[in-house]
Write a protein that binds this ligand. Structure first.
Ligand SMILES: Cc1ncc(COP(=O)(O)O)c(C=O)c1O
Length: 416
């Protein structure tokens, strides 16, 4: 039986009116994937990878160079499109190890996939030139980097294709995009979501918002509606009532009771040609980009300053350069196993990109990736975090890492 404690603060952006009318609406928009002249909205970033591979056509040369530091959502679409993932090394700063990549190229290599890990754009001019020299297609994986620029290159402009994961940056529960600054995408045929898929997109967003009390005076009403909906769904599927946490009779659950839910990448090949919902498109279009950018940078900076003096960890990126819009705050832990359950149990949302590396990747392919897979935890720094939520997360991190004092109470009790 799995027991995943509730997350006391939201892991991803939450819908509220501020998201659409954000205070910096007048400021100039930063570079983003929205600037690409060729756009194909889809349901998820992993589906955008699959669509790009389909557009390229992997007949004959089927090998796709992918980083040894990866998640299932990057590998599954390659396999689904008949590709063969070949893993290359990354450097400690997460940039491509181009010498290693060159060693792994064979006559069957066709595509190179390069992510901008955690939103920190890596310079791609050298990789671009190498791809041109060897007739390779470059997919810029911008799942963590919807915005930004580095060394004068706006996000997405170096790849033949760029893929994005809109739900990581906008208050949505789904949404991705395949875009290109270089090739028209109009030969890609997608199907529009059905009415029930459209409705689901709206309902899921509102349900997540009501969980975190972001619907103002409508919150109580929506909470009741969603309770009723869950009850009905359970009855219709004749599911047993939700599982109580497993613990010794009479005792309160402890961090040792924490059993992570089974991993699921979210990739569903049946949805490859499913176009993005109208709701996702509307929210992406109406959101204030400068609000998202400024808030994420501000929250990252707060987490950076708070983590400097914490024992047992160090930030992967101790400096936030101009032009970078982080997806998350990645922290390298000295003793990941000792703190993971405690943080989760306290209700802190932790994202573990690359926690499960592809099991067919040979051990020792990239020691840095294997180390990061175990030791890097990512904490949210998105625009919807409220000040008291951010402070609460910092207090829990500090209490767990220093081992001192009791854990702070639920963040709602610190709300202004
Ligand atoms: C680097 C990277 N690329 C692609 C994806 C797939 O994006 P999505 O979750 O929208 O399918 C992910 C998912 O987390 C990712 O981390």
């Amino acid at each position: 039986m799995t027991f995943t404690p509730p997350e006391h603060i939201p892991k991803q952006p939450v819908f509220d009116l501020l998201a659409l009318t954000g205070s910096s609406k007048g400021s100039p928009s930063p570079p983003s994937l929205r600037d690409a002249p060729y756009q194909c909205p889809v349901n998820r970033g992993s589906l955008a990878i699959a669509l790009a591979l389909r557009h390229i056509g992997l007949s004959g040369r089927k090998e796709v160079l992918v980083p040894a530091y990866h998640c299932g959502a990057m590998i599954e679409p390659i396999l689904a499109e008949g590709g063969i993932p070949i893993f290359y090394r990354i450097r400690a700063d997460t940039t491509v190890d181009l010498e290693d990549m060159a060693r792994r190229r064979t006559p069957a290599t066709r595509v190179v996939l390069v992510p901008h890990f955690f939103g920190f754009l890596q310079p791609l001019q050298a990789v671009r030139a190498w791809c041109d020299a060897h007739d390779l297609i470059l997919i810029e994986d911008c799942a963590h980097a919807f915005f930004g620029e580095t060394e004068g290159c706006p996000v997405g402009t170096q790849g033949d294709y760029a893929i994005g994961s809109t739900w990581k940056f906008f208050p949505l529960n789904e949404g991705g995009c395949l875009v290109s600054f270089r090739h028209p995408l109009n030969t890609i045929k997608t199907r529009a979501p059905s009415l029930s898929e459209e409705l689901k997109a709206v309902v899921n967003t509102l349900e997540y918002a009501s969980t975190y009390g972001r619907l103002g005076s409508f919150n109580a009403l929506f909470k009741n509606i969603f309770h009723l909906k869950d009850w009905l769904v359970q009855r219709l599927r004749s599911e047993p009532p939700s599982l109580a946490p497993p613990h010794k009779s009479g005792d309160a659950p402890t961090p040792e009771d924490f059993v992570p839910a089974p991993f699921h990448s979210g990739f569903d090949p049946k949805r490859t040609t499913l176009s993005g919902s109208l709701w996702a498109r509307w929210v992406t279009e109406k959101s204030s980009l400068s609000f998202i950018v400024e808030k994420r940078r501000e929250n990252y900076q707060t987490l950076l300053e708070a983590s400097v003096n914490l024992p047992g960890c160090h930030p992967l990126f101790p400096h936030l350069p101009e032009g970078i819009v982080p997806h998350v705050f990645p922290l390298v832990m000295d003793q990941p196993l000792a703190v993971f359950g405690k943080l989760k149990f306290a209700g802190v949302p932790i994202i573990r990109f690359g926690e499960f590396l592809w099991d067919k990747m040979e051990k020792g392919t990239c020691p840095i990736s294997e180390d990061y897979s175990r030791r890097i935890f990512q904490f949210p720094c998105h625009q919807s975090l409220q000040k008291h939520e951010l402070n609460w997360m910092i207090q829990v991190l500090s209490a767990v890492l220093t081992g001192s004092g009791s854990l702070p109470s639920h963040p709602d009790q610190h709300a202004p």
